[in-house]
Write a protein that binds this ligand. Sequence first.
Ligand code: F6P
Length: 340
Amino acid sequence: MKIGILTGGGDCPGLNPVIRAVVRTADSRGMEVLGIQYGWKGLVEKIADKLDVRSVSGIIHRGGTILGTSRTNPYKDPKNFEALRVNWKALGLDAVVAVGGEDTLGVAAKLYKDGFKVVGVPKTIDNDLSGTDVTFGFDTAVNIAMEAIDRLHTTAESHRRIMVVEVMGRHAGWIALNSGIAGGADMILIPEVSIKMKEVLGVIKKRVERGKQFSIIVVAEGAKFDGNEVLVEKKLDEFGHVRLGGIGELLAKKIEENTGYETRVAVLGHIQRGGSATAFDRMLGTRFGYHAVHLVEQGKFGQMVALKGNDIVDIPLQTAVGSLKTVDPKFYQMAETFFG
Ligand code: F6P
């Protein structure tokens, strides 16, 4: 049996542990593995190489993905879809393990409907995929953001400044909320909850009254200002997403204008996605990879591995990509207790 493996969408700490686990598990069962490069692009353009135990040696601690990634959508152009179909056959693939987020797994779900043998592994630092308690990469991103917030605390306090920290999270505020609570942020803004400028100013004022002349405001890149997303550019990627960014800058400007306090912004950006994964993410990636090969072995195609409590289960890909897992308002209410 020959399995293909690909990683698509934004990279994420924990991808290499998944690749390693898939290759080593497949090897232990006498299966062959083909590493498809740059996500779905590798199948459209037939860029693939054999992976064996030696090729995945020494990668568990490495960030990024040894296979490379892209945001290619093979359904965008019928010619690309046809090329994928032809190459799938030419490469002799019996099944493909697709490691990705909403877009990559959305393609996997469609391919399954079109008769291809695919299983999915959920990946995203944003943690916004449904059907799994958590995605690997999220824990690493939260820890990086928390460490940054800790560092910004000391400089904010020394200078009596307001620090705005912009973190990733296109549609969901999981990173902002978790790193913000863990880092003791004074206010957290997320895409799911609409907040007015006067509430942000209210928190800063409350702190000043308590003798705290500095504040830390954490904001997710997808949080809205006056009901609108803040964009870097309007151009859409192949999955129809705009590039977000700038909410931190805008917020900092408005805070300074309204309070007279010196305000600075730190945009963490891709630092949250780079570098090696935490032990939790390496472990989750390894468990996901191991179970993905089992799904292939059992012929359970169209399924995605998922974490439920302490168990790895499988759910239909369609369920995972049907809707995004956004922050539960109850969780945000808890966070509000610690604002100010
Ligand atoms: O999907 C994960 C994510 O990290 C989002 O939070 C962010 O908007 C996006 O990727 C940015 O990705 P890139 O700059 O690589 O296109």
